[in-house]
Design a protein around this ligand. Structure first.
Ligand code: S3P
Length: 171
């Protein structure tokens, strides 16, 4: 598996797993949000503010198109939580490589996202008491698309996968 595409909800650990694979195997890592930020010269929150979510989705799609032309034979791509959900991005991703859905239960996502919600454009205006319902609802809408991935990795599986990588690295 040489072309790996990590998808899943915000806070599922896509960037973390991507970084670990990169550190352990030297696999070139592309973080899609990071790529867009560098390309635009501004952060994701600012892009949302200036162009709205629609503008961001357009940039996200353009980034995918550019990357699918430019990427070589061996890489790991960590996507944004919404990347597969818009247009035919999921089909596009599935053609580019092996899609891996990092699946986490909503209660785990809530724990991770609660302290970071102010920095996330889609969550920053959701009152804390509504966050659980919001995440549950959004996950329910997105899950059927995420589940189309070639591989589904549950959080407990990939957490131990990371631990094995770490033990291997220090051995
Ligand atoms: C989004 C997830 C974010 C980022 C943007 C939109 C989403 O990425 O792309 O804020 O729609 O779920 P992460 O999943 O890396 O946080």
């Amino acid at each position: 598996m040489k072309k790996l595409i990590l998808i899943g909800f915000m806070g599922a650990g896509k960037s973390t797993l991507g970084r670990r694979i990169h550190q352990r195997y030297g696999t070139p890592l592309i973080d899609l949000d990071g790529w867009i930020e560098r390309h635009e010269g501004k952060g994701i929150p600012q892009i949302f503010e200036e162009k709205g979510e629609k503008g961001f989705r357009k940039l996200e799609r353009e980034a995918l198109e550019i990357l699918s032309d430019q990427l070589g034979e061996h890489w790991v791509l960590s996507c944004g939580g919404g990347t597969p959900v818009y247009r035919d991005n999921m089909e596009q991703l599935s053609k580019m490589g092996t899609t891996i859905y990092l699946k986490s239960p909503p209660e785990e996502l809530l724990l991770r996202l609660k302290p970071q919600r102010k920095t996330r454009p889609l969550l920053k205006d959701i009152p804390e008491e509504n966050l659980e319902d919001f995440i549950g609802q959004m996950l329910k809408e997105r899950a059927p698309i995420y589940e189309k991935a070639h591989v589904i990795l549950h959080s407990y599986e990939w957490t131990s996968f990371i631990e094995n990588l770490d033990q291997g690295a220090s051995a």
